[in-house]
Design a protein. Structure first.
Length: 194
């Protein structure tokens, strides 16, 4: 008989032990990663080990993606500090100093930004692929469950048909016995010899 694995609680410690924990940089904290991982697992509800591994991989990739986004912001701020003549730029573009500084940072950090954007794009693609894999895995589990239920329903129908056939045979036997009694109203009596 086909069985569907029983759902398991997402075990982050086990995932870290088996698949490796995250490498934390800068101000990143393991508590924040753990909180994020548990929240994503609760949202995606991985039922078995295969789904848990996919969800953990997705968590790791999303963590990396957000790191790249923070890096991109840091690079822009770093380049903005070194830009000269921000007051003239603000005047020429008719913007405030802060907006001029952000624009100058974008211009001076463009080459680095392009590289980071490539990393962001690749990480985002991997995240989307992982979500698609999770969805396909769930479809496969649903199909497996549907097949199991169909199989069990067929078994139940066969048993029910066998039960009905048996009842029909018993009714026919009772009917035949009743008919035999009706055709032979006086059954042979046994003599009492004392």
């Amino acid at each position: 008989m086909v069985t569907v694995d029983t759902p398991q609680q997402f075990d982050l410690a086990r995932m870290k032990r088996l698949l490796g924990g995250p490498v934390l940089l800068g101000a990143e904290k393991m508590e924040d990663f753990d909180e994020f991982a548990h929240a994503m697992a609760a949202s995606l509800d991985p039922g078995d080990m295969a789904a848990q591994a996919l969800v953990y991989h997705y968590v790791m990739e999303t963590w990396l993606l957000m790191r790249f986004r923070r890096l991109q912001g840091h690079v822009n701020r770093l380049h903005g500090i070194n830009v000269e003549n921000q007051a003239e730029l603000a005047k020429a573009t008719r913007t405030g100093d802060a907006e001029a500084q952000a624009f100058a940072a974008q211009v001076s950090s463009h080459a680095t930004d392009v590289k980071i954007d490539f990393l962001l794009t690749q990480s985002a693609k991997r995240s989307h692929i992982l979500l698609a894999q999770i969805a396909m895995y769930r479809v496969a589990l649903a199909e497996k469950l549907r097949m199991q239920l169909d199989f069990e329903e067929r078994q139940w129908k066969i048993k029910e048909m066998q039960r009905l056939e048996k009842e029909e045979e018993e009714l026919q036997a009772l009917s035949a016995e009743k008919e035999a009694r009706a055709n032979n109203p006086h059954p042979p009596t046994q003599s009492n010899s004392n």
